[in-house]
Design a protein around this ligand. Structure first.
Ligand SMILES: Nc1nc2c(ncn2[C@@H]2O[C@H](COP(=O)(O)OP(=O)(O)O)[C@@H](O)[C@H]2O)c(=O)[nH]1
Ligand SMILES: [Mg+2]
Length: 222
């Protein structure tokens, strides 16, 4: 009985996610769902990414947190439209669900953007289970988290289309085995693109931005 209830929730979410996908596609908007554990650098990565893509691809962000508008305040400094969702208002949920995204999108001018980035709630478990109607999913893994996390949280790495290995500026001070981490990512998701970056130092962004822009452009030229 308990399992059936969970199944029902996921079924309802999946059908709203499918509607979202059609809705965003009809608007000509590519949707990226960015996930990770808390503190791995999603917001820092977006701060650098948005500044670099501003003159190439008009973008907006929906950012989810349980509490606070801290991330929205940081991201607004990039002159990008931002909507903050706080799940504390509806039970402190640990992930963003499809109906929440659809409602938040009403606060954005979708006709003026081509890319909608969703910073999901910091959590390597639940967000991986909830389709929100995105075109692409990415996971940020920072070098301070340990190289075993792809093996411990395989679903997250399996459902994502790319990984950003962040905080590489800290590698000289850690025992983190970068090659092993990348092998572990590929053990659960063979050949998944992995971009090595430092969001705070702005390292590695050229390859990641070029790839992102290509993915967005491909959607509308196919
Ligand atoms: N050394 C270092 N610190 C980083 C880097 N990226 C983010 N941080 C720091 O990690 C902390 C969490 O970053 P934040 O972007 O808020 O992570 P989020 O919770 O995933 O959005 C902050 O103190 C950042 O300054 C990085 O590339 N190198
Ligand atoms: Mg954040």
């Amino acid at each position: 009985m308990e399992i059936k209830v969970v199944r029902d929730i996921l079924d309802v979410n999946n059908s709203i996610a499918e509607e979202n996908r059609k809705f965003f596609s009809a608007k000509g908007v590519f949707v990226l769902n960015l996930m990770s554990s808390p503190g791995s650098g999603k917001t820092a990565t977006l701060e650098k990414t948005l500044v670099r893509i501003n003159n190439k691809i008009p973008a907006a962000v929906i950012v989810g947190d349980i509490c606070t508008t801290n991330d929205a305040e940081r991201l607004l400094k990039t002159s990008t439209p931002v909507v903050q969702i706080n799940t504390d208002n509806f039970g402190g949920e640990c992930h963003l669900a499809a109906h929440v995204i659809r409602k938040a999108a009403d606060d954005l001018d979708l006709d003026s953007i081509k890319l909608l980035i969703i910073e999901n709630i910091g959590n390597l478990v639940c967000p991986a289970e909830f389709d929100i109607g995105e075109d692409m999913r990415g996971v940020v893994l920072s070098v301070t988290e340990g190289e075993d996390k792809p093996l411990k949280y395989p679903l997250m790495f399996r459902v994502c289309d790319f990984a950003l290995l962040n905080k590489i500026d800290l590698l000289p001070y850690l025992d983190f085995d970068k090659d092993k981490a990348i092998d572990n990512i590929h053990a659960v998701h063979p050949e998944m693109p992995v971009f090595e970056i430092s969001a705070s130092k702005g390292l590695g962004f050229d390859d990641w931005i070029e790839w992102l822009c290509t993915m967005v452009e491909n959607k509308f030229t196919d």
